[in-house]
Design a protein around this ligand. Structure first.
Ligand SMILES: NC(=O)C1=CN([C@@H]2O[C@H](COP(=O)(O)OP(=O)(O)OC[C@H]3O[C@@H](n4cnc5c(N)ncnc54)[C@H](OP(=O)(O)O)[C@@H]3O)[C@@H](O)[C@H]2O)C=CC1
Ligand SMILES: Nc1nc(=O)c2c([nH]1)NC[C@@H]1CN(c3ccc(C(=O)N[C@@H](CCC(=O)O)C(=O)O)cc3)C=[N+]21
Length: 300
């Protein structure tokens, strides 16, 4: 059996087109342009690439992109002062502070300083609490993208057995909340989970968000399961030449594709959806801010 490939690139392009449509209407009917501010502290090359990509895609859908790249030794107080300014800026509807932050900065403090209405990452404690209690929230982009692909693939998730491997605040926990909200039976596994292979084999829906290259082999997957691979791991690729690397997920794609019913590839799966959902959240934030109807089908 060979799994159906869930193409995140095509899916994300469709979301971006719908976002662009809504942005055009906001401009035409209300003279509004949604704005997204991305803040990067430090010079991590991978993060710089992501920030550049986000800026490019933000402009492509007709929104305004504000980029703030600060040196790695920026004092926490200075970052907090920037967030205050962005909170107060009417042209900024969404704020994203790229994680991880340098060690001398308290990430929780920074995240909770963002106006919850502009928290397009959905990491602010108020949005986390709203999601957990079923109130209208800003939903974290990566889990939101995964949920959209799962709903598209499976229709209803009700009663399905879902296993999320990983319990981070940015992926695993909000993913579990979204699956629970759609009435899946959810198990959250992590580094202390006993007999992880058996836990995974029970999953109709398996979401891998660990950060360990190809750690989940086909033998851990229930035949026909839907597998969402969130992992983004850069590994050496000597076959491409000396010093070259390639991206792999947390799932061992070659063996998993033989067992799963459907699977997301890496790259080209969850990653592009994350950025598309960030743009969607920014439009949603802009509409909520102005008391206008939100775009349909772009929120959880
Ligand atoms: N595609 C995208 O858009 C995005 C991709 N990512 C990628 O997703 C992956 C996960 O990211 P993130 O959630 O931030 O990572 P974290 O490092 O914050 O969390 C990793 C989780 O995996 C668990 N874990 C680690 N080792 C094992 C193991 N051997 N068995 C079972 N569980 C284990 C940890 O358990 P414990 O809590 O017990 O330590 C932890 O809960 C990374 O590869 C990251 O690059 C992240 C964000 C967006
Ligand atoms: N505040 C905050 N919010 C985030 O959402 C956030 C963050 N910090 N820090 C880092 C992680 C990681 N992340 C990715 C987004 C897109 C791709 C992506 O587009 N990946 C492409 C490949 C890109 C490449 O080739 O390098 C793909 O999978 O096809 C990957 C990873 C968002 N994150």
């Amino acid at each position: 059996m060979t799994a159906i490939l869930i193409d995140g690139k095509i899916f994300a392009a469709d979301i971006r087109a719908r976002v662009a449509d809504h942005v055009a209407r906001l401009k035409q009917d209300h003279g509004l342009t949604p704005g997204l501010a991305v803040v990067l502290v430090g010079e991590d090359p991978a993060s710089q690439v992501y920030v550049r990509n986000k800026g490019k895609q933000t402009k492509e859908v007709g929104m305004t992109s504000f980029e703030h790249c600060l040196p790695a030794d920026t004092p926490e107080a200075e970052l907090l002062a920037l967030i205050d300014r962005l909170n107060a800026a009417p042209a900024v509807h969404g704020i994203l502070v790229q994680l991880p932050l340098p060690d001398h900065i308290d990430a929780d403090k920074v995240i909770n300083a963002i106006d919850p209405a502009k928290d397009v990452d959905g990491f602010h404690i108020l949005n986390v609490g709203r999601l957990a209690t079923g109130q209208k929230a800003m939903v974290p982009c990566t889990p939101l993208g995964c949920l959209m692909m799962l709903r598209d693939r499976l229709g209803s998730l009700s009663g399905k057995r879902a296993v999320v491997v990983g319990r981070s605040n940015i992926v695993g926990k909000p993913m579990a909340q979204l699956l629970l909200r759609d009435s899946a039976t959810v198990t959250v596994a992590h580094s202390r989970t006993q007999d992880l292979p058996a836990v995974c084999r029970g999953a109709d829906i398996l979401v891998a968000a660990v950060g360990r290259p190809a750690m989940i082999p086909g033998g851990w997957i229930k035949p026909g399961a839907t597998v969402i691979d969130v992992g983004i791991n850069r590994v050496p690729a000597p076959e491409k030449g000396e010093g070259k690397t390639r991206l792999v997920g947390d799932v061992d794609f070659e063996t998993a594709v033989e067992v799963a019913g459907a699977i997301t590839p890496v790259p080209g799966g969850v990653g592009p959806m994350t950025i598309a959902c960030l743009l969607a959240n920014t439009v949603t934030a802009c509409c909520r801010d102005s008391g206008l109807p939100e775009p349909e089908g772009l929120t959880a």
